[in-house]
Design a protein around this ligand. Sequence first.
Ligand SMILES: [Zn+2]
Length: 88
Amino acid sequence: MFKLLISKLFTSEPSCQDVDGFLADYMEGVLDEETVADFDSHVAKCKMCMQYFEQYKQTVRLTSTAKVEIPEELVSQTLTFIQQNIRR
Ligand SMILES: [Zn+2]
């Protein structure tokens, strides 16, 4: 029983914290397929991560399409703000 629990723990999907850690790599497309699949399946089911992910994508899109260069500090401040407001 205990062994089962342990193995379950290691094969379980990523936690919200893991997803948060993966996000930057995910956006850069450097994650392996398996991790991307885990990421996607978690985000698809977790409303909090989905919101966070959407906000993150929007921020990245905004900064990459902006004609004016946005200071990196502002970007990280925005992301921190989003993070603090969605994840408590
Ligand atoms: Zn989550």
